[in-house]
Design a binder for this molecule. Sequence first.
Ligand code: GTQ
Length: 349
Amino acid sequence: MTTTLTTRDESLPAPYSEALDALSVGPLWTALHQLLPNERVTAARPHRWRWREVRPQLLEAARLVPIEQAERRVLVLRNPGLGGAYAVTATLFAGLQIILPGEAAPSHHHTPAALRLVVEGRGAYTTVDGVKCVMEPGDLIITPPMRWHDHGHEGREPVVWLDGLDIPLVRSFDASWASRMRAARPPGTGTDSSQDEFTAAGLVPRRSRYEDTGYPQVRWPWSTVRRALASMAAAAPADQPVGLCYVNPKTGAPPLATMGCECQWLRPGETARIPRRTSSAVYQVIEGRGESRVGDATFAWEPGDTLVAPPWHAVEHVNLAPAAPACLFQFNDEPAVRALGLWREEPPA
Ligand code: GTQ
């Protein structure tokens, strides 16, 4: 919350309040219900960023700002309720990053966790601790805390992806730190484990060829995820939702300690209802056209659009297409909220 606390009791003599200020103490009774409100409150607002409005500004950034200067050429999605903060919710950071053919974004590592969901273009890659992760539209790549990562581009068209990080959360612990940048080195591998060791559900390698970092899979190709969603949709009764969670294939845990990822498949005309939760989520439209209600706000969407659902806002997604499916990716702070014992969910009305 960004509201300023009431730290003065105006009914008391001014010298008393001044004496408290001088001692670096303050009355709790003026601020108690701001610190502990009776309602679940958030300053973050439901919002939608339209791909067709932001995309030209990304291309303009690519024209105006050399990668050597920017290091990361990102337009940050700033929640209009959060007073200009570089935050999409109180805990989450989201941005759209653009890289041009031939460019290299230098290597660094940091305490916040990061994930990328490719929005447009082919030929770019992210290197995670020397492992080359190809970026195709819809692919998810994670860069866990303190893993070196850089971005390169061997293709012929601009590539844009959505970055999701837990920067605001990590900053609230005063734990945000990054190494200095160093020049990106050529990747040490041509493939990542999603291409040869984790190609089918329910199977894990007896012995991995990759270094054991605690994160056996760092890339989830969209082709694999889409195939899995399509077969689930073909089998599930019309009134059962079709959604998959991205997990660490060896433990079943969320891919990162603080952030979860899911993908929902909406059949033509289908509505998905998500109850109010204490976690917050950012949705990215991979495929299809529809409309979402987030709290009292309603947003139409199409591929490339991004939506944010602050905590304790009921969400409803509708696929408005008569014949085509819609696919919505989301990342959220649910693992962090659960780890802190703060997870609650309300059944829909
Ligand atoms: O690509 O390493 O959007 O370090 C924000 C911070 C992207 C990145 C962001 C980062 C990166």
